[in-house]
Write a protein that binds this ligand. Structure first.
Ligand code: UD1
Length: 365
């Protein structure tokens, strides 16, 4: 069976790596990897491939940046001939980025089976581009691999046949568990004893100058009592310089490689973020996470884990922070199936489907 993976943006890489690794152990599987080029800076892409020990992509579509329509359309246009030439039995797409939905659309028109890894997550916020990507991808996918029970519930409520839904756990946590020992090699010295680790890149937080300024002001205030380490996403870096927003007193760094960022997360007193994946990683690591969003597509990180939604309420940010610094951080547990074996479960399911289809002499159903 030929499995073709599509990745494009930074958060895709740590999700695909464990699935590729697990499928590599199966003799009956042939794999190929397409990088759309949605993320193209070395520190947003190449370094992740090497640290995650991923094979080099067989094809890079080199689409680069653009508006949503342009980027999505460009991926579709360039991916179609690749699919026609390679004709995989199944395409696996990951997460909720533009590359995910673009690839799923092309596959479904060519009647090529799609598996969505990280299916079923919903923020119920239609203003988030990722929510549109999640809904459309799940609607088109033939196999929906969910990380948690809420994913199954969302899909069933939307009318997805239960037989297409497979709860496999969290593939991102597979990569975290595998590379956690490597973070021990990152030298302790150089880190402040207590610090807040910050990431910020959601359009709703960084694309409006007043909102971005308010967040940066609140971070400056936080930095009066606690070191703030802030690896800045290119989108946010651009907005900061475009809006001329004062962030000089914050410790701005370039985006970090995966292992170095994990090392910081493990040691952080608190993580302040608007990322999706970091809500999950902090829950696994037991590190308090304050999320600068009013909703999350990963509710299990709030109900079971260490995550607290702050929205745009600066007062809540300061009061939660003072609880954490006062030793009253929210404690959490690790959700079921976030155990380092999600990729293997996906590989097992795909192999079973393949065996069944071979016995029946049909395409992978
Ligand atoms: C994308 C995903 C988002 C994910 C995030 C992780 C969508 C809709 N959004 O957002 O879900 O959380 O990736 O990082 O798919 N840029 C560079 N170098 C790069 C990539 C981007 O400089 O390697 C700059 C470009 O100016 C670009 C901007 O960052 O216009 C935004 O990149 P884009 O891929 O459009 O979206 P992200 O904000 O990265």
């Amino acid at each position: 069976m030929h499995v073709l993976h599509v990745v494009g943006a930074r958060p895709n890489f740590m999700k695909a790596a464990p699935v590729i690794r697990a499928l590599n152990q199966r003799k009956q599987i042939r794999q190929s990897l397409v990088h759309t080029g949605q993320h193209y800076d070395a520190n947003m892409s190449d370094v992740f491939f090497s640290q995650l020990d991923m094979p080099a992509p067989d094809v890079n579509l080199e689409v680069g940046s653009g508006s949503h329509a342009r980027q999505t359309a460009e991926i579709m246009t360039r991916f179609e001939p690749v699919l026609l030439e390679r004709r995989p039995d199944i395409v696996l797409v990951y997460g909720d980025v533009n590359s995910t939905v673009a690839a799923a659309l092309v596959c479904s028109k060519l009647l090529i089976r799609v598996g969505h890894v990280e299916a079923g997550l919903r923020s119920f916020d239609p203003t988030m581009p990722e929510e549109i990507n999640r809904i459309v991808t799940d609607r088109l996918a033939n196999f929906l691999f969910t990380p948690s029970e809420d994913g199954d519930e969302n899909l069933q409520r939307e009318g997805v046949e239960p037989g297409k839904i497979f709860r496999v756990g969290n593939v991102m946590i597979d990569s975290l568990i595998r590379l956690l020992p490597a973070t021990m090699r990152c030298p302790e010295k150089g880190f402040p004893e207590r610090f807040a680790l910050v990431t910020l890149h959601r359009p709703s937080n960084v694309d409006d100058s007043a909102t971005l300024k308010s967040i940066l002001d609140s971070l400056l205030k936080v930095s009066e009592g606690l070191d703030v380490i802030f690896p800045v996403h290119p989108r946010t870096r651009q907005r900061i310089s475009q809006f001329g927003t004062e962030a000089a007193k914050l410790h701005l760094r370039d985006p970090l490689p995966y292992i170095e960022f994990l090392a910081l997360q493990r040691r952080a007193t608190v993580v302040i973020t608007d990322s999706g994946g970091i809500q999950e990683e902090t829950t696994y690591l037991g590190v308090p996470c304050l999320t600068l969003r009013s909703n999350t597509e990963r509710p299990v990180t709030v109900t079971v884990g260490t995550n607290t939604l702050i929205g745009s309420d600066n007062k809540k940010l300061y009061s939660e922070l003072s609880n954490i610094l006062g030793g009253k951080a929210k404690s959490g547990t690790i959700p079921p199936l976030w155990d380092g074996h999600a990729g293997e479960r996906i590989a097992e399911i795909l192999c079973q489907l393949y065996t069944k289809s071979k016995d029946r002499g049909t395409a992978v159903v």
